[in-house]
Design a protein around this ligand. Structure first.
Ligand SMILES: [Zn+2]
Length: 856
C-alpha cells in the first residue's frame, strides 16, 4: 500500500515521533485505511463509539483519554477480523456559540465551523482509526432536517405535547434565561435583575410513557457499570403505593388526594402538607394566612434548595382521615413540589425523617403506629422509627405486621372507594423547548385558526435563518426575524408564524449514533437495514457526567422509534465504559482559597505563594483553566509524539479510574518507545544475516511471546489497558535480551508479533518499525496473533516431599521423569535422609506434578 518513494530509510538512531507520525497519518488518509467495511450476512461487526464532542474550540485531555480508549478497542477488534465502524461527529448546537456571537460579533455558525476544523486537526494528530467519511455536525442542515423528521415521528406517536411551564424570565432584558444563566442568588448573569418565574407554553416529550420499560430494561444491560444503572434507576424513581382520598370537613364535595408508599402508616397521619400552588389554597379565606402563603411563594422563587428548609403555614382547612374519621390539619409546606404526584402529601412524623423534623419544628402531634416487638407500647420518639414491625394505635390492624397491613389497608381503601393502587415515577416529561437561536428549529407552525400545526415531513427542513442579529438584549433572535418567521399554515393556508422555540441539544445527541451507519442517506434519517445490521453500539465510551440525561434520552429515542417501526432494536448501547477524569497537580493557598499558577512558583517541591509566602497545598484536581492545571494535548504531542501520549494515558490508570498527570511517567513512556525504536533499527540492519541459535534462549523467547499474546488479548477484552502495557514491556525485555541469540525464523516472528501487539496502543511507531524490518503492507491490516498453549507449559515442576505427612523438602523435577527416576533423585537428598535413615520405608506415594509422600 505504500509507494516506494515513501519507504523509510533507516538512517537514524534517534526516535523522531513527529516525522514518523506526520508521515503515516498522511499515508493512512491517502489509502483510506480506516474506511468501514460493507457488512454482509456473514461479517462479524463491531461498532465502537466515543461520545461525540461539543466543538468548544480546543481539544482537552479529557477528550484525548476518551478517544484513545475507543481507538484502542476499535483497532483491537479490527485486528481480530471484525468489520469495525468507528465514526466521529460534532454535537454542535448550544449556548456557547451564541455567547461567542455576542462577545466577538462572529456568527454562531461561523464560530462553530471554525472550532470544528481546528479540533478536527487536533484529533487527527492522535492518529485515530476513525472513518472520517461519516463525519457530521448536528448543526448541519442535512443533519438537523432529520432531527426535525424524528420530532414529527414522535409527534405522530403521540409523544409530543405543549404545556404551560415555568421559565426563568429576566425582566430587564425581557428574555428567557437558561438555568445556568441564573446565579446562586437567583439573579440574571448579565443584567443582574432578580429572575422571575414566568409561565410560557413549551414543548414536552412524553418520556414518562416509557418509564417502566426504561427501568425494566436496565436488567438487560449486563455490560454497563453498576453505578450508571443505579443512577438511572434512581432518576426514574419508581415507587409502588396508593393514592388516598381525604375529605375536607367544610366541603364534603371537595377531596384532597395524596400519594403514599406507606398505607400501613395511615393511622399515624397527623397532618397533610400541600404545595404553595395547590388548588385548595383558593378555599382559604383568612387574609393573614393568604398573605403568609404569598410571602412563602415569593421566598421559594428566590431561594434554591428551598425544600431543605421545613417552612410551614397552618391553614384553617381540616381533612378527614378515611381510616378512622379523625380530623387532620392541612399545612402549606415548603418541601411539597407541584410537579411530583398530586402536590399534596400526608405527614406521618413517627415514621418519616422529614415529617418528624417538620412536626418538631411546627409543634405538630407525633403518633407512633409501628413498634418493633408485638409487646411494645408507643413512647416518646427521639426520631422517626423507620424499621418494619407491628401495628399499634391502628384499630382492627393492631398486632399485624406492617408489611401485611400495607396490603390490607390499601385493600380496605380500594373496596370503600377512598384508595387507588398506584405506581408513581420520579421521572418527569422532557421539556425540550429552548428560547434560543442556535438550536434545531421545532417544525411547528402557529396558526391563529388551527393552533400549533406540525409540518409535513416532506416540507422539511425548517432552516435556521442566516441573516440574524444576535445581541446582548435579545437572545431569542428568531422571534424578531420577520423575514424568517412569517409563513402559511400547512393545514388551512392562511398567514401563520413559525415556532420560535428551538430544541434542547440533547435532542440532537439522542439519535446521532443511528445516523453513522448510513450517514450519507439523503431521503431519511437512516436506513433501517443498516441500523439492524450495525446496532447496538458494541462499545460506547464517554464521561460519567452523561450517566443520566444523555443515556436515558438516547434509550428513550431508541424505544420510541422502534415502536414507530423505524428499526428493530431495543437498546442502543450494549457495552458502556465511563472513563475517569484527567487530573493534574493544582497549587492552592488555603488562606486565600486561591489557586496559584505553577509558573509563578519558584520551587515546586516546596511550593509557596509568591504574594503572601504562605505554604501551598498540592491537590490533584480535574484539569481546568481556573486552577492553572490544564495541560494542552497539542503541546504534549509536539514534545513527545502522539504515541507517547496514548501510551501514557492508557498505562497510568485503569480507564474507569481518575488519572493523575505526571511528567515523569510521560517521559517514561517516551523512553520505552525510544528503546523499541533502537532495537528495531539495530535488527533492521542485519535482518537477513544468519544469527546464533541457543535453544534455551529460544525456548524462553517463545514462552514470553506466547504469554504476551495471551495476557494482552485478555487484558484488552477486559478493558485493563494498563496491565496490557505492562505485559508488552515484559515481552520487550525478553525480546531485547535474546534477539541476537535465536534463529532467524524466530527472530522475525518475534519482531513481527511485538509490532502487532504494540500497534493498537502506539499505531505510528508500530507501523514504522514494521516497515523497517521489511514488511510492505500496513501492520494495521494484519491479524491478531493467537497463542500456542503448548509453549506456555512448564517443562519442570516443583515437587513437595513429605515424610509421614510432614513437608521436609522441595525439588525441581523435569516433566518427563519416571517415578523410578524421581525416587532415585529424591531419596538420597540430605533433607530426606535425615528423616528416613535407619528406618524402613513402608510406602511411597507420588502424585505427579505435585507431591510425594514417604511413609516410614
Ligand atoms: Zn391554519
Amino acid at each position: 500500500m505504500i509507494s516506494p518513494d515513501k519507504q523509510y530509510e533507516a538512517d537514524t538512531n534517534l526516535y523522531n515521533p513527529s516525522e514518523i507520525e506526520k508521515k503515516w497519518q498522511s499515508i493512512w488518509t491517502e489509502n483510506n485505511l480506516y474506511k468501514t467495511d460493507e457488512l454482509t450476512e456473514n461479517s462479524d461487526k463491531f461498532y465502537a463509539l466515543s461520545m461525540f464532542p461539543y466543538p468548544s474550540g480546543n481539544l482537552h485531555m479529557g477528550h484525548v483519554r476518551n478517544y484513545v480508549i475507543t481507538d484502542l478497542i476499535a483497532r483491537f477488534q479490527r485486528f481480530k477480523g471484525k468489520s469495525v465502524l468507528h465514526p466521529m461527529g460534532w454535537d454542535a448546537f448550544g449556548l456557547p456559540a451564541e455567547n461567542a456571537a455576542i462577545e466577538r460579533g462572529i456568527s454562531p455558525s461561523v464560530w462553530t465551523k471554525k472550532n470544528i476544523s481546528h479540533m478536527k486537526s487536533q484529533l487527527k494528530l492522535l492518529g485515530l482509526s476513525v472513518d472520517w467519511d461519516r463525519e457530521f455536525a448536528t448543526c448541519d442542515e442535512n443533519y438537523y432536517i432529520w432531527t426535525q423528521y424524528l420530532f414529527l415521528e414522535l409527534y405522530k406517536a403521540g409523544l409530543v405535547y405543549q404545556k404551560e411551564s415555568e421559565v426563568n424570565w429576566d425582566p430587564i432584558d425581557n428574555t428567557v434565561l437558561a438555568n445556568e444563566q441564573v446565579d446562586s442568588e437567583g439573579k440574571s448573569w448579565r443584567s443582574g435583575a432578580v429572575v422571575e418565574k414566568k409561565l410560557l407554553k413549551q414543548w414536552f416529550l412524553r418520556i414518562t410513557n416509557y418509564a417502566d420499560e426504561l427501568l425494566k430494561d436496565l436488567e438487560k444491560l449486563d455490560n454497563w457499570p453498576e453505578r450508571v444503572k443505579i443512577m438511572q434507576d434512581n432518576w426514574i424513581g419508581k415507587s409502588i403505593g396508593a393514592n388516598i382520598n381525604f375529605n375536607i370537613n367544610t366541603n364534603p364535595e371537595k377531596k384532597i388526594t395524596v400519594f403514599t408508599t406507606r398505607p400501613d402508616t395511615l393511622f399515624g397521619v397527623t397532618y397533610l402538607a400541600i404545595s404553595v400552588n395547590h388548588s385548595l389554597i383558593k378555599k382559604i379565606t383568612d387574609q393573614e394566612t393568604i398573605q403568609d402563603i404569598e410571602n412563602l411563594k415569593q421566598y421559594l422563587k428566590n431561594n434554591k434548595n428551598n425544600e431543605l428548609e421545613k417552612i410551614g403555614i397552618k391553614t384553617s382547612l381540616i381533612a378527614i382521615n378515611p381510616v378512622n374519621s379523625e380530623p387532620i390539619p392541612i399545612w402549606v409546606a415548603s418541601y411539597v413540589l407541584d410537579e411530583y404526584g398530586t402536590g399534596a402529601v400526608m405527614g406521618v412524623p413517627a415514621h418519616d425523617l422529614r415529617d418528624f423534623e417538620f412536626a418538631k419544628k411546627n409543634n405538630i402531634d407525633i403518633k407512633q403506629v409501628i413498634v418493633k416487638d408485638k409487646s411494645e407500647q408507643s413512647k416518646e420518639l427521639d426520631n422517626a422509627y423507620l424499621e418494619n414491625g407491628y401495628l399499634i394505635n391502628s384499630n382492627q390492624y393492631n398486632g399485624i405486621a406492617n408489611t401485611i397491613a400495607k396490603l390490607k389497608i390499601s385493600e380496605e381503601g380500594v373496596n370503600n372507594g377512598w384508595a387507588e393502587n398506584k405506581i408513581q415515577y420520579r421521572l418527569r416529561d422532557w421539556l425540550i423547548s429552548r428560547q434560543r437561536y442556535w438550536g434545531c428549529p421545532i417544525p411547528i407552525v402557529n396558526c391563529k385558526k388551527c393552533g400549533a400545526v406540525p409540518l409535513n415531513q416532506s416540507d422539511l427542513p425548517v432552516s435556521l435563518p442566516k441573516d440574524i442579529e444576535i445581541s446582548a438584549n435579545k437572545i431569542n433572535a428568531l422571534g424578531d426575524n420577520n423575514n424568517w418567521i412569517n409563513t402559511t399554515c400547512p393545514k388551512c393556508g392562511i398567514a401563520a408564524r413559525k415556532e420560535t422555540d428551538t430544541m434542547d441539544t440533547f435532542m440532537c445527541s439522542s439519535w446521532y449514533f443511528l445516523r453513522y451507519p448510513s450517514s450519507k442517506c439523503s431521503t431519511k434519517p437512516f436506513e433501517k437495514n443498516e441500523i439492524n445490521k450495525w446496532l447496538p453500539v458494541d462499545q460506547y465510551v464517554g464521561g460519567v457526567e452523561h450517566a443520566i440525561l444523555h443515556l436515558l434520552y438516547a434509550r428513550f429515542f431508541t424505544k420510541a422509534l422502534r415502536d414507530n417501526e423505524l428499526f428493530d432494536i431495543d437498546e442502543p448501547f450494549k457495552k458502556l465504559l465511563t472513563q475517569g477524569m484527567v487530573q493534574a497537580a493544582a497549587y492552592k493557598n488555603n488562606k486565600t482559597g486561591k489557586y496559584v499558577s505553577p509558573s509563578d512558583i519558584t520551587d515546586l517541591s516546596n511550593p509557596t505563594d509568591p504574594i503572601d509566602n504562605s505554604k501551598l497545598e498540592v491537590l490533584f484536581e480535574k484539569m481546568s483553566k481556573s486552577k492553572y492545571n490544564g495541560i494542552d494535548p497539542e503541546s504534549v504531542i509536539k514534545k513527545y509524539g502522539a504515541d507517547t501520549a496514548r501510551m501514557f494515558i492508557l498505562f497510568k490508570a485503569p480507564p474507569e479510574k481518575d488519572l493523575e498527570w505526571g511528567d515523569t511517567d510521560v517521559e517514561g513512556q517516551f523512553r520505552f518507545l525510544s528503546r523499541i525504536w533502537k532495537l528495531y533499527i539495530n535488527c533492521a540492519k542485519d535482518i537477513n544475516s544468519k544469527s546464533n541459535s541457543y535453544p534455551d534462549k529460544e525456548k524462553s523467547l517463545i514462552k514470553s511471546m506466547n504469554i504476551a499474546i495471551k495476557e494482552i488479548s485478555n487484558d484488552i477484552l477486559n478493558n485493563q489497558f494498563n496491565t496490557a502495557i505492562s505485559e508488552l514491556m515484559k515481552f520487550y525485555n525478553s525480546l531485547s535480551n535474546s534477539i541476537n541469540d535465536v534463529n532467524n525464523n524466530l527472530k522475525i516472528d518475534a519482531l513481527k508479533t511485538f509490532c502487532i501487539l504494540l500497534a493498537p496502543f502506539a499505531p505510528h511507531i508500530a507501523e514504522e518499525i514494521w516497515h523497517l524490518i521489511g514488511f510492505k503492507k500496513s501492520v494495521h491490516l494484519e491479524h491478531w496473533p493467537s497463542f500456542n498453549a503448548d509453549a506456555l507449559k512448564e517443562d519442570s515442576y516443583e515437587l513437595v516431599i513429605q515424610v509421614n505427612g510432614k513437608v521436609r523438602d522441595k525439588v525441581n523435577i523435569n516433566n518427563d521423569m519416571s517415578e523410578d527416576q524421581i525416587k532415585e533423585l529424591t531419596l538420597k537428598r540430605p533433607n530426606i535422609l535425615k528423616w528416613t535413615q535407619d528406618k524402613e520405608i513402608r510406602k511411597i506415594i507420588i502424585v505427579k506434578g505435585k507431591i510425594m509422600n514417604i511413609v516410614v
